[in-house]
Design a protein around this ligand. Structure first.
Ligand SMILES: CC(C)(COP(=O)(O)OP(=O)(O)OC[C@H]1O[C@@H](n2cnc3c(N)ncnc32)[C@H](O)[C@@H]1OP(=O)(O)O)[C@@H](O)C(=O)NCCC(=O)NCCS
Length: 436
């Protein structure tokens, strides 16, 4: 392959044993271009060689400067800042600014950003109307996915994604309205009236108010709980090309409006292998029931009967840095709410698994979901709400990924190849001959 890329110094020499021909494939940023592999053909009329990678295990789909992860070392950085520093010293709205804009805000920029988001927390009354139309026991993630998608109909100009100002206002709207939609999905299943946003409160306080306020004139949340939930939002704010970010980018690559793209992200997050894992962790802990049952449970996992939920990660082959921070947040929350008895089982499970050869050999460590469910339960959230909390935290990340996509000249509509395994050239037999 003629590598006429002058600044490329590294390359791969590939010999096609079908033809004996050799190709020089440039290596850039530790990757080769799939299109270069496509130039390898066994004959002029034959299709080019393709790469088979179900689940994109070893395929880069974009260039991105949003989030860096070193899974072997357990490192996570947003725009270059380590997650530990952001979780400890920043707050969710500042982190959202960082993700979307690429750098930390000045005082003025921060104040303006917080003001804008605070004043877009209300939704059109008709949104409330159609949310009320869901069945009494509707899963809040289903409600969230539908209502985020529906926002595109309230802001039809959002489809003009080539306009920077237009993109900016939709991003503010979406970050602002997600807690409102999430809280209303929660209130709906409880048969409680929806609570309007209180713009005198901070982002996370306001969310708690919309969730839990009853007849009191002003809802006042314990600051330790506010801080813990804000930290959880920070920890979930982005995670590079995960399944939901990939869904947002894939749907966004069609140049649809950002509400529809984010609705696809919410849908991806709904799945138990992604955002639903903390709910599964809690169910698992309850089923185990006591410390004495742990060895039998672990045996079952090792025999392949089931998975230890909240363990293992596609990228982290070390302790998930977010799990460490969450473990610490557990202490703060339990100080207010009292200790969740399942914590003891979780800690013992972790201890046993981290010493067991099965998990050590496969580099399976606790991930972000292992402890987050325990905290959410302490807040008295039902398990169906856990993923909604994840979605609210992840919204700035989805939007940062979407924004990057819209400005990346190299991006195209996402359209993978397949290896066709079905029949070919069959002859259709009419029903009067087949159904005799
Ligand atoms: C997250 C997850 C989907 C990553 O999957 P993946 O990168 O495709 O990894 P694989 O499914 O190929 O697993 C690799 C090996 O570890 C095992 N494994 C992975 N996670 C496991 C778990 N939680 N419990 C037990 N075994 C597990 C697999 O069985 C496989 O073993 P094998 O090589 O003997 O077949 C997977 O670890 C998982 O299902 N974890 C539980 C769900 C969860 O916590 N999800 C939240 C992620 S933030």
């Amino acid at each position: 392959m003629e590598a006429n890329v002058s600044d490329v110094t590294d390359s791969l020499t590939v010999r096609d044993n079908r033809t004996g021909q050799e190709y020089e494939v440039p290596i850039l940023d530790g990757t080769i271009r799939a299109a270069d592999i496509g130039k390898i053909r066994s004959g002029e009329d034959e299709p080019g060689l393709a790469v088979y990678d179900p689940g994109f295990v070893n395929t880069a789909s974009c260039r991105s400067s949003v989030t860096f992860i070193d899974g072997d070392k357990g490192v996570l950085e947003y725009r270059g800042y380590p997650i530990e520093q952001l979780a400890e010293q920043s707050n969710f709205l500042e982190v959202a600014y960082l993700l979307v804009h690429g750098s930390l805000p000045s005082k003025d920029e921060y104040d303006q950003w917080v003001h804008n988001i605070t004043y877009h927390t209300f939704v059109h009354e008709n949104v409330k109307g159609f949310m009320e139309g869901f069945r009494y026991d509707a899963h809040p993630m289903g409600m969230l996915m539908a209502s985020v998608g529906a926002l595109s109909t309230f802001y039809p100009e959002s489809r003009n994604i080539s306009d920077a100002d237009n993109r900016a206002i939709q991003i503010i709207r979406m970050i602002a309205k997600m807690p409102t939609l999430g809280a209303w999905s929660f209130r709906h299943a409880q048969g409680k009236p929806y609570v309007y946003p209180d713009n005198a409160l901070s982002y996370t306080e306001n969310f708690l108010s919309m969730l839990f306020k009853m007849s009191e004139p002003k809802y006042e949340a314990d600051p330790r709980l506010v801080k813990a939930l804000d930290t959880l939002f920070i920890l979930h704010a982005d995670h590079e090309q995960n399944a939901s970010a990939n869904a947002v980018r894939s749907v966004g690559s069609t140049q649809v409006d950002p509400y529809s793209a984010v609705a696809a992200g919410v849908g991806a997050l709904y799945g138990p292998l992604h955002g639903g894992a903390n709910e599964a962790v809690l169910r698992m802990l309850k089923r185990i029931g006591s410390k004495s049952e742990i060895p039998a449970f672990i045996e079952g996992v090792k025999n392949g009967n089931e998975r230890l939920m909240g363990f293992g990660h596609r990228v982290y082959k070390n302790y998930d840095p977010r799990a460490k921070i969450i473990k610490k947040a557990c202490d703060d929350v339990f100080e207010v709410t009292g200790v969740n008895p399942l914590l003891e089982i979780a800690q013992e499970l972790e201890k046993i698994a981290l010493e067991d050869e099965y998990f050590v050999k496969r580099k399976l460590y606790p991930n972000v979901d292992f402890y987050s469910g325990l905290i959410y339960e302490a807040f008295q959230f039902p398990p169906e709400m856990f993923t909604v909390l994840f979605a609210i935290g992840r919204t700035p990340g989805w939007l940062a990924q979407w924004l990057e996509l819209t400005q990346d000249k190299e991006q195209k509509i996402a359209r993978p190849k397949q290896i066709y395994t079905g029949s070919r050239g069959l002859t259709y037999t009419p029903t009067d001959q087949r159904w005799v």
